[in-house]
Design a protein around this ligand. Structure first.
Ligand SMILES: Nc1ncnc2c1ncn2[C@@H]1O[C@H](COP(=O)(O)OP(=O)(O)O)[C@@H](O)[C@H]1O
Ligand SMILES: [Mg+2]
Length: 273
């Protein structure tokens, strides 16, 4: 998987966007990269895809340093899929089917297999109805799901999601969370960036905190999210389940449903007359 050693990235003449970052994505199944706007999340993802090249430091994929040759990048992108923050950046064809087929055709996969993969991927994002639609008829959230379907159809081992729920309404956000949980159940490694702390808390098991290009904390989700000061100084907030744990002294729950179960079984039962 990815290992990042002393990565520094500076946009020409601008301030440093990533400052001496070290990461190891073998530490979790779903890795969270959290940080407020401008903290360097998208810059990191573009370095991981080889779209940007480190100013200093190295990025290893499967124990080999990324090679910035045509062949090296093709090999990297066969294994790693990315869903950009802005779905418009990802969509090239007017029809959903052709858009998803594009990258598969590039790999020389036969049309019958492509059809099967596209249908499967669209079903996984609850979007099979979009299959023959023109992309520009879709809403922002639907485009986002098509972008995720494109990555699913590639059957990559690792998927990078850059702020997958930014700008989405609650129902679309829930859908994306379910899609991510589905990917996880298929043993696909996921790296997700966000400043939505509730989302990251629910789905990630290992978290890195970026603050103005510096890596200021990392650890298991439970470790990182109890450190309120650290999060606040990075411009972030505690997830609501952690706030409840801290302020009304209930156990730390990972999901909303766990809290309700506890409430029904422990609190209501004990307090019954
Ligand atoms: N193309 C660019 N040219 C110059 N500076 C950039 C460019 N893209 C991003 N930056 C700067 O790099 C820093 C990190 O940005 P970015 O990686 O987009 O953060 P995030 O994704 O966490 O919001 C910010 O200070 C931003 O202004
Ligand atoms: Mg970004």
């Amino acid at each position: 998987m990815f290992k990042i050693n002393n990565l520094t990235y500076q946009y020409e003449k601008n301030a440093i966007a990533l400052n001496n970052i070290n990461m190891d994505f073998s530490k979790g199944d779903v890795i969270g990269i959290i940080g407020s706007n401008g903290s360097g999340k998208s810059t990191l993802f573009m370095n991981l895809m080889g779209i940007l090249q480190p100013s200093k430091g190295e990025i290893y994929f499967k124990d080999k340093e990324i090679k910035y040759t045509k062949k090296g990048l093709l090999n990297l992108r066969k294994n790693v899929g990315i869903v950009f923050q802005d779905p418009e950046k990802q969509i090239f064809y007017s029809k959903v089917y052709d858009d998803i087929a594009f990258a598969l055709r590039n790999l020389g996969i036969d049309e019958a297999t492509i059809k099967i993969r596209i249908e499967k991927a669209l079903k996984a994002v609850n979007g099979i109805d979009f299959i023959n639609k023109p992309v520009h008829f879709l809403s922002y959230g639907q485009k986002k799901r098509v972008a995720i379907a494109s990555v699913i159809a590639m059957e990559n081992e690792i998927v990078l999601l850059d702020e997958p729920t930014a700008g989405l309404d609650p129902v679309s956000t829930r859908l994306i969370v379910d899609i991510i949980k589905g990917l996880k159940n298929h043993n696909i490694k996921i790296v997700i960036s966000s400043h939505d702390m509730n989302l990251i808390y629910e789905i990630c098991d290992y978290v890195y905190v970026l603050n103005k290009g510096n890596l200021t904390a990392c650890g298991s989700t439970e470790e990182v999210f109890v450190n309120e000061e650290e999060l606040n100084s990075a411009g972030l907030e505690l997830p609501w389940l952690v706030k409840l744990h801290k302020n009304i002294e209930i156990p730390l729950f990972k999901e909303e449903q766990d809290l309700y179960k506890y409430w029904k079984n422990e609190v209501l039962v004990t307090n019954k007359p």
